[in-house]
Ligand binder design. Structure first.
Ligand SMILES: Cc1ncc(COP(=O)(O)O)c(C=O)c1O
Length: 365
């Protein structure tokens, strides 16, 4: 008997998500020290002191189950976002919300449409329901092609995932494109606007997606505390949508799906917009430094509205490996079909400079 034969075929065939390796593990493997991790689009600073304070207070209650359905976090979010609490569903990272949406709307032979390269969880979410992942190539400038996305929607399409800004390119779509997409895609298709990097966006005309939910009940907006809020380690994100749709999706969630510490820290983080501004400013300055340094090296990169850059370095796998051996951890892109690129997350000023210096040396070898 083969154990693999016992597993549902669509699960057996899944390619698992490839996370960036923890620094400690890599250093042990390579026998090096003092590495910097610019690989997983995390914030360069830790969370707000108010989040840390809330964590400490909440840690006295760990023998108790969490508040179910994160009522206080939902209340705080509703106030901050100017939506109603009934429109919000919190999850263990926005990954959990992607999974819940897949479980609620996709079944065998259904289709999920999304641009590609994009966030690696979309094909996993689709295929884990036995659905087909319909990948729509980005345009020549590595931008999401809204018209081609809409054209790819067919009779069997149930979900359209839109990473905006798009991971791993950092490119974003503006209000006109977003609204054109909403008009072109039938309302029976759930459009998931995955805005994990929303707080970093620099363009003025970024879609005001939350305001469009009342016009399109099948639009769901996902955001996270993993990025600008610096809470990736606690796993907390949220979705905003039509109240009825949200209550239907919430039926599929596990009880207590957001743990006590995550709820407390997210509330603390939300109460400190000054910290968010600090991380955003530091990131924008870092992005500008990286952009000018890469230009000096004659390298091309996609126009980024997020906290990372997709850089064309030539031999992507080779450069990734050489940087790694020198303790600069970036993300290889061959798994996304981008053989000539690496993705680098904006770090602290000294980390950005070390990346640029090491890259310059490795390119000239
Ligand atoms: C586009 C996109 N969506 C969702 C996520 C998942 O974030 P979370 O940590 O909230 O699960 C990520 C994380 O990298 C992402 O890049």
């Amino acid at each position: 008997m083969s154990l693999a034969d016992l597993v549902n075929p669509h699960i057996r065939e899944l390619q698992p998500y490839q996370p960036g390796k923890p620094v400690e593990e890599l250093e042990r493997e390579l026998g090096i020290r003092g590495s910097i991790k610019l690989a997983s689009n995390e914030a360069p600073l830790g969370p707000s002191p108010l989040a840390l304070e809330a964590l400490e207070q909440a840690s006295g209650d760990l023998n108790r189950y969490p508040e179910d359905d994160a009522p206080y976090l939902k209340r705080d979010l509703a106030k901050a976002l100017e939506v109603s609490e009934e429109q919000i569903l919190c999850g263990s990272g926005s990954d959990e919300l992607l999974d819940l949406l897949g479980r609620c709307f996709l079944g065998p032979d259904d289709e999920a449409v999304f641009a590609w390269p994009s966030f690696a969880m979309y094909p996993i979410v689709a295929k884990s329901q036995g659905a087909r992942a319909v990948q729509v190539p980005l345009d020549g400038d590595l931008r999401t092609d809204v018209d081609r996305l809409a054209e790819a929607v067919g009779e069997r399409t149930r979900i359209l995932f839109l990473s905006n800004p798009n991971n791993p390119t950092g490119t974003s779509i503006g209000r006109d494109d977003f609204e054109r997409l909403l008009r072109a895609v039938p309302e029976r298709v759930v459009i998931v606007s995955d805005e994990a990097y929303h707080e970093y966006v620099r363009r003025e005309d970024f879609p005001l997606s939350l305001g469009l939910i009342s016009r399109r009940p099948t639009l769901v907006v996902l955001r996270t505390f993993s990025k600008v809020y610096g809470l990736a380690g606690l796993r907390v994100g949220y979705g905003v949508g039509d109240p009825e749709l949200i209550s239907l999706v919430a039926r599929a969630r596990h009880p207590f799906n957001v743990n006590t510490l995550a709820q407390a820290a997210a509330r603390g983080a939300l109460s400190d917009p000054g910290h968010v501004g600090k991380v955003r400013d530091l990131t924008h300055r870092g992005l500008e430094r990286l952009e000018s340094g890469l230009r000096e090296l004659g390298l091309r990169f996609a126009a980024s509205d997020a906290n990372f850059l997709l850089v064309e370095v030539g031999d992507g796998a080779g450069i990734y490996d050489r940087l790694l051996r020198r303790g600069v951890i970036t993300r290889p892109m061959a798994g996304f079909g981008l053989q000539r690129h690496i993705r680098v997350t904006v770090g602290l000023p000294e980390e950005n400079q070390r990346f640029l210096d090491t890259l310059a040396q490795e390119l000239s070898r």
